[in-house]
Design a binder for this molecule. Structure first.
Ligand code: ATP
Length: 229
């Protein structure tokens, strides 16, 4: 479960990026975070993945008090959550198979178990035929699928996605949402996804949390964009 209690975050330049955020996301939920540019979406993600610490309030992810994590503990914490971004961040000199395997090698998992899990993940993200390809040989949609595969290889309970469809055309964006949906259902992964894509949010309705100027201004359980009259 993700729990934020009265979380506020300002940057040194005085910008109040998040103000008194209270939010609870249950295990297995799929939640969109939406809002205009500069409203605090990325800051919220950075607080969830331990990159930034809140000034006030408490942040718990899977029972871990993330707001109190010491710097040295952050990498260990991150191994148990999956994070993906708009730019795919695959290792360019490794194949798709190796990129996914690498995420498990750093956990000192046994070799045959790694191979088994990588094959399973490749099937889940539908890239079996691209296992030996290098990132530059893939389309943007395929690269994002490989990134998602790498992020979920270790069965994280939570997958955090910052604009995962930001660099993709509408058709590929739909494929990514459908894949995240499948992961949410098959692997029971909790998904928190920041997006600007109004069409996607309306077409694939999920609980939608809207931020404005650092505040949560809506929490729409049925999903869909807020209609401004
Ligand atoms: N490292 C930083 N130092 C100072 N100010 C920052 C920093 N990061 C973000 N901000 C400011 O904090 C506010 C929230 O930024 P944030 O990146 O969280 O917004 P966002 O909703 O993700 O925006 P976008 O949709 O454009 O990515 C903005 O006013 C931004 O300029």
């Amino acid at each position: 479960m993700i729990l934020l209690k009265n979380v506020s975050k300002s940057y040194r330049n005085g910008v109040h990026a998040l103000r008194d955020i209270n939010l609870e996301v249950e295990d297995g939920e799929f939640v969109y975070i939406i809002g205009p540019t500069g409203c605090g979406k990325s800051t919220l993600i950075k607080i969830l993945d331990g990159e930034e610490l809140p000034d006030d309030g408490e942040v718990f992810v899977n029972g871990i008090n993330v707001g109190k994590l010491r710097h040295a503990k952050v990498p260990l914490y991150r191994r148990n959550i999956g994070v993906i971004f708009q730019d795919f961040r695959l290792l360019p000199k490794m194949t798709v198979f190796e990129n996914i395997a690498f995420a498990l090698e750093v956990l000192a998992m046994e070799k045959t178990a790694i191979r088994r899990r990588v094959r399973e993940v490749l099937e889940l993200v539908d890239l079996q035929d691209k296992a030996k390809a290098f990132p530059e040989q893939l389309s943007g949609g395929q690269q994002q699928r490989a990134t998602i595969g790498r992020a979920i290889a270790n069965h994280p309970k939570v997958l955090i996605a910052d604009e995962p469809t930001g660099n993709l055309d509408p058709e590929k964006s739909i494929e990514i949402i459908q894949l995240l949906d499948k992961i949410n259902q098959v692997e029971k992964t909790t998904i928190v996804m920041v997006t600007h894509d109004e069409k996607l949010v309306n077409a694939y309705k999920k609980r939608t949390i809207a931020l404005e100027e650092g505040f949560i201004v809506a929490d729409i359980k049925k999903g869909g964009y807020i209609q401004h009259d």
